[in-house]
Write a protein that binds this ligand. Structure first.
Ligand code: F6R
Ligand code: MG
Ligand code: MG
Length: 371
């Protein structure tokens, strides 16, 4: 029997600004998942990263199952009621539709799902990021699945050396899902040309070419495309299977030591370095820095053993200190140049209004005519 792993996450309200959900909200979500999930789910785990609550579920219903999505929706609606009763900030922020219509995709919550035949031992990594968008995973995935400088398995393990098939989505296209598939290593440079543009082209899924097995699945929703206005950053989740014919867990974690610059932070409108943090971490400096957590599980017969907190290790303390330095450094230049996102990516409309107001005051100076 195939197992499906679904992670559905939403920001449904937080304490003290956009810092973290309350114990009451988490308890409400856990209670609904436990009660409504009885007989439906094989296992589940509810956690938060920054202000986002993630429901990780294992089941046999396949990808996009209405019962599973409906369960998460109900849990978030109930959690929102708790958030409202506590006066939390942004209660129900990511529930953009009034009612559930069979699938949460496009309704606000972020979704990453995988269906696969379990291996006898199935190491599974669940990543959750806050205060950034799904392009944040482009670089770590590229390094882990395509660069032998990061992943020696690409040279040392014949099945990994056969490479990977990548599905990349154009997240600016709103008429439907505009996707492309590329194969590495042959099309590495073509993949690189897309993935450098993290605001437009986002890795959605990766498969092993040796076995055809799904290796990674990323949530790719763009909230501002769904809502047509600023409603917060997308705060993406990702599932990655590790070991054997896939990169090892350490090869998948290693790229996060870069603390690369991503879109996000304050008002979703800056470039800030992403910090690998412990599970259930909060948000602080400059509504950031953007954070990513990783919960490592072993999956067997749909049952989850774990999680182990993959970034809770002394090694990452040093990375965190370095990322803090990078964050302070870029903040020294405030809104200038690379510190702030380009106009098209700003999540608030203030600058648009200013540009509109100033438009008529511009004068075109023409070069004097010769002779
Ligand atoms: C970033 C984020 C925050 C808010 C900021 C202002 O993704 O959520 O930085 O943009 O705290 O929040 P509002 O506009 O809700 O007052
Ligand atoms: Mg929020
Ligand atoms: Mg968030």
């Amino acid at each position: 029997m195939k197992t499906t792993v679904s992670v559905i996450k939403a920001d449904i309200g937080s304490i003290g600004g956009h810092i973290c959900p309350s114990a009451g909200v988490l308890e409400t979500v856990r209670t609904v998942v436990r009660e409504k999930g009885a007989g439906l789910l094989l296992d589940s785990h509810v956690s938060h990263t920054g202000d986002d609550v993630a429901i990780l579920m294992t089941h046999g219903k396949g990808v996009g199952a209405a019962e599973i999505h409906g369960l998460a929706w109900d849990a978030f609606v109930a959690g929102t009621a708790t958030a409202r009763s506590e006066g939390l900030y942004g209660a129900g922020q990511d529930l953009l539709k009034d009612s559930f219509a069979g699938n949460v995709t496009g309704a606000g919550p972020a979704v990453a799902e995988m269906e696969f035949e379990e291996r006898p031992a199935e190491p599974l990594l669940f990543f959750a990021a806050d205060k950034t968008d799904p392009g944040a995973y482009n670089l770590p995935l590229y390094l882990a699945f395509a660069d032998p400088m990061n992943t020696p398995g690409l040279m040392l393990v014949p099945n990994i050396a056969k490479g990977f098939r990548w599905q990349v989505i154009d997240v600016d296209y709103t008429e439907g899902d505009r996707v492309i598939e590329l194969q590495t290593p042959e099309e590495l440079y073509l993949l690189a040309a897309l993935l450098r543009d993290t605001e437009r082209f986002v890795v959605e899924a990766i498969w092993s070419r040796a076995t055809g097995d799904l290796a990674a699945s990323v949530s790719t929703s763009r909230l501002h495309n769904i809502a047509g206005k600023y409603v917060g950053k997308d705060d993406p989740v990702m599932l990655v299977r590790a070991q054997m014919n896939f990169p090892a867990t350490g090869e998948i974690l290693a790229p996060f030591q870069v603390g690369h610059f991503v879109a996000g932070g304050m008002r979703g409108s800056h470039n800030m370095p992403i910090m690998p943090v412990r599970q259930n971490s909060t948000i602080s400096y400059f509504d950031g820095p953007p954070v990513v957590s990783c919960a490592a599980f072993s999956l067997h017969g749909g049952k989850l053993t774990g999680p182990v907190d993959a970034f809770d290790h002394p090694f990452w303390d040093r990375v965190r200190a370095h990322v803090s330095d990078k964050a302070v450094e870029i903040r020294r230049q405030g809104f200038f140049g690379a510190a702030m996102l380009p106009w098209s990516e700003l999540e608030y409309t203030g600058i648009t209004h200013i540009l509109e107001a100033l438009d008529g005051r511009f004068q075109v100076r023409r070069a004097p005519q010769a002779g």
